[in-house]
Design a protein around this ligand. Structure first.
Ligand SMILES: C[S@@+](CC[C@H](N)C(=O)[O-])C[C@H]1O[C@@H](n2cnc3c(N)ncnc32)[C@H](O)[C@@H]1O
Length: 213
């Protein structure tokens, strides 16, 4: 690992708003970390956590947790939260594949998937964060009324997710293949992540799906 990344990972582990494979937090985020019973919203594959931070500022009465495996990216989100005193935010470094080890049934009120890797290789379909394997994990932690939001630039990811929704008779609430030229766009959907900014610069259209499980 490059020195810069190693240093960031070391700092990440020392920040007060970060967790790495924590034990005993499952079912206890409100009690142990946030010190309240406010709803918990996850951003999965959050990278530097722009959605986590953006929504946390908009909704001080909710708690937000950015989840990713890359410590150097999470470092940026955690440091920004500390510097700006955004206290309704935490960052969790784990593989999303193990998400049910860290959240209890119904502990999560909403999930955001922001620009997940489309994993175009056939052999990698199971790594797509909207693969049925992951949907089954989300359904174990997401409350009944809770929404899943997907934002992506990828036609493949958009079509694939719609196929998963149709095949599994999942309830799609709303969707668009061109968010910024649709009437769905609002303040919440206009938060832009690092990857989204890059995709917009090269002229990609942004797709969006909201569904419940
Ligand atoms: C394309 S990046 C998008 C990052 C950020 N959401 C953005 O839009 O700028 C995808 C992120 O998902 C994370 N990721 C992909 N699969 C994961 C998994 N199974 N567990 C944890 N993180 C994962 C990667 O580490 C990466 O940071």
């Amino acid at each position: 690992m490059a020195r810069n990344k190693t240093l960031k990972l070391k700092e990440f582990k020392e920040f007060p708003n970060t967790f790495e494979n924590p034990t005993e937090i499952k079912g206890n985020w409100g009690k142990i970390f946030f010190k309240n019973n406010n709803p918990i919203v996850l951003e999965l594959g959050c990278g530097k956590g722009e959605y986590t931070l953006g929504l946390a500022k908009m909704f001080p009465d909710k708690n937000f947790i950015g989840v990713d495996v890359k410590g150097a990216r999470l470092w940026k989100g955690a440091k920004t939260a500390i510097e700006n005193e955004i206290n309704n935010v935490a960052f969790l470094r784990i593989y999303i594949d193990h998400i049910t080890d860290y959240f209890a049934k119904d502990e999560v009120s909403e999930i955001w998937l922001t620009f997940p890797d489309p994993q175009p290789k056939k052999g990698h379909i199971k790594k797509r964060l909207t693969n049925k394997k992951f949907i089954d994990l989300y359904s174990q932690i997401l409350s009944k009324s809770g929404s899943l939001h997907l934002k992506t630039d990828s036609e493949l990811m958009f079509e694939y997710t719609n196929e998963v929704i149709a095949e599994n008779k999942i309830n799609c609430i709303r969707q668009t293949s061109d968010l910024y030229n649709s009437d769905l766009v609002d303040k919440i959907l206009s938060v832009k992540t690092t990857y989204e900014q890059k995709f917009l610069e090269i002229g990609s259209t942004i797709k969006y799906i909201e569904f419940t499980l």
